[in-house]
Design a protein around this ligand. Structure first.
Ligand SMILES: Cc1cc2nc3c(=O)[nH]c(=O)nc-3n(C[C@H](O)[C@H](O)[C@H](O)COP(=O)(O)OP(=O)(O)OC[C@H]3O[C@@H](n4cnc5c(N)ncnc54)[C@H](O)[C@@H]3O)c2cc1C
Length: 454
């Protein structure tokens, strides 16, 4: 890599020191490869991002855009010779407009900070991935992140009204709108939502806000089996209940979380559902949910109105992955199936775990049919690693067969790039490649991500 070209970028170059660049070698995924960038760029303005990309195009550098690096699919990992373009210096909330109910933010803003800033003005930015305390809005947009509120409020893309994007050649483009309505031209905004850093670098985001919701009531239901809990989920989904959260954790996950956070969960609980409602009649909504859980064979159902207790339970759920990480090496899946078929998915996962002799922790956003089966294995043991990869493939394949998708929220990344063509038809794949080559003809942005390079 030409050092003079790097020098041209001046203060936008954070470091070329291996001690620093090594921290940008991978995201939070596993088995997706890791490679240290030659340099980390950290531009502090749109003009600086454009300058970085102009030089990158001229020099033929591969560029990996990066937010917090909390991704779970290897979408922020590079390979070979490349630079990382970190958004951490683009971290201001430019404006919050309570009349239009929008906020304009830079991509490096941490999602939880945006939520807190708008909450201080009586407003609500719903998307709440488990990583809300550290992932960035830019990363959330690029992965179309979900979270626990999606069952009622939708995913990140449902709140993105407009973007400013720097294309691979350094041209700056605005998409979308700041008005309540607007239909001019193609919906380019949502072309970039979920594009995983392959079409451009997002430098500004206009998001839609809602009025602050009511404090939620929380229901906890425990079950003798994961299948019973799945039956309850399917029954709740079938009624169209307006719950604002519907999460599931299995025995393995509950025990791991309990060891980490000492929640005092009843030992031996096979599965738990966490349900919230923030409707005006939350008590009525949860009374219906309680009946459905009882009908599905719940051992115990309790409704609480203590917001602190509700928040603690949410925190426990957010600890699912960090807790499972302590059990060994892990491979996390992110399949999403029609809610009516969740029981079939659960039974398949249990069967795969038994066949392969593996522990698979199951948790996820059950209300959306989005499950995170987490295969625990020993990477030092080739048999265990092979079994884990087989289990992962079988679960992903089965989700497709159930009419589901390979990824509900984490994205394709490097982890599932060979799977995209199994979900999309040939024409859709061809359109994907055409869009990519129209916007980034030299394939410099995040190469090897999303598509199988083969
Ligand atoms: C404990 C834990 C819990 C999680 N829970 C959830 C969850 O509930 N729901 C969920 O959806 N995800 C979850 N995640 C995954 C992850 O946090 C999300 O994918 C998040 O959106 C990534 O944001 P980031 O800022 O870390 O992006 P990164 O990991 O840095 O990047 C992700 C992708 O976005 C691209 N990108 C980043 N910024 C930009 C930009 N400005 N312009 C263009 N491309 C860009 C990168 O190139 C990469 O392709 C979780 C992760 C962890 C570790």
């Amino acid at each position: 890599m030409n050092p003079e070209a790097l020098a041209e970028l001046g203060a936008s170059v954070l470091s070329t020191d291996a001690d620093v660049t090594a921290a940008y070698a991978h995201d939070e995924s596993r088995l997706t490869g890791r490679s240290t960038p030659v340099a980390v760029l950290a531009p502090a303005s749109t003009a600086e991002v454009a300058a970085c990309l102009r030089v990158a195009t001229r020099e033929g550098w591969h560029v990996i855009p990066r937010g917090a690096g909390s991704g779970l699919s290897g979408a922020a990992n590079g390979a070979g010779e490349f630079v990382v373009l970190s958004t951490h210096r683009l971290d201001s909330i430019s404006s919050i407009d309570p009349v239009e109910r929008i906020a304009v933010v830079q991509p490096g803003v941490v999602t939880g900070d945006l939520r807190a800033a708008v909450a201080a003005q009586g407003l609500f930015y719903p998307p709440d991935p488990g990583s809300v305390a550290f992932s960035t809005i830019g990363g959330n947009v690029a992965t179309n992140a979900g979270g626990m509120c999606c069952v009622k409020y939708g995913v990140t893309g449902d709140f993105v009204l407009g973007l400013e994007v720097v294309l691979a050649d350094g041209r700056v483009m605005r998409t979308g709108r700041r008005t309540a309505k607007g239909v001019a031209g193609y919906d380019l905004t949502h072309l970039f939502v979920g594009s995983e850093g392959t079409l451009g670098v997002v430098t500004e985001i206009t998001v839609r806000l809602l009025p602050a919701p009511r404090p939620p009531l929380t229901l906890v239901a425990t079950f003798r089996s994961l299948t019973d809990a799945g039956q309850a989920v399917a029954a709740i989904a079938a009624t169209g209940s307006p719950v604002s959260m519907l999460e599931i954790m299995d025995r393995t996950t509950l025990e791991a979380v309990d060891r980490l956070a000492r929640m005092g969960f009843e030992p031996g609980t096979a599965a738990m559902l966490l349900v919230q409602s923030d409707e005006p009649d939350s008590a009525g909504v949860l009374a219906e949910v309680e009946k459905l859980c009882a009908g599905a064979g719940a051992v115990d159902v309790a409704v609480g109105d203590d917001p602190e207790e509700g928040a603690q339970l949410l925190e426990a759920r957010r600890l699912a992955l960090p807790a499972l990480e302590r059990l060994g090496d892990w491979l996390l899946d992110d399949v999403c199936v029609p809610r009516g078929r969740i029981v079939e998915l659960i039974e398949l996962i249990e069967g795969v775990a038994a066949d392969e002799g593996l522990t698979i922790g199951v948790f996820g956003h059950a209300g959306d049919g989005n499950m995170h089966p987490t295969v625990i294995f020993d990477d030092a043991d080739p048999h265990s690693r092979e079994a884990a990869l087989r289990a992962f493939d079988r679960i992903t394949e089965h989700a497709l067969a159930l009419g589901g998708t390979i990824t509900g929220e984490h994205g394709v990344g490097r982890l599932k790039r060979s799977w995209l063509a199994r979900e999309l038809d040939e024409t859709a794949m061809a359109v994907h490649r055409a869009v990519r080559s129209a916007l980034d003809p030299d394939g410099l942005l995040n190469p090897g991500n999303l598509f199988d390079p083969a």
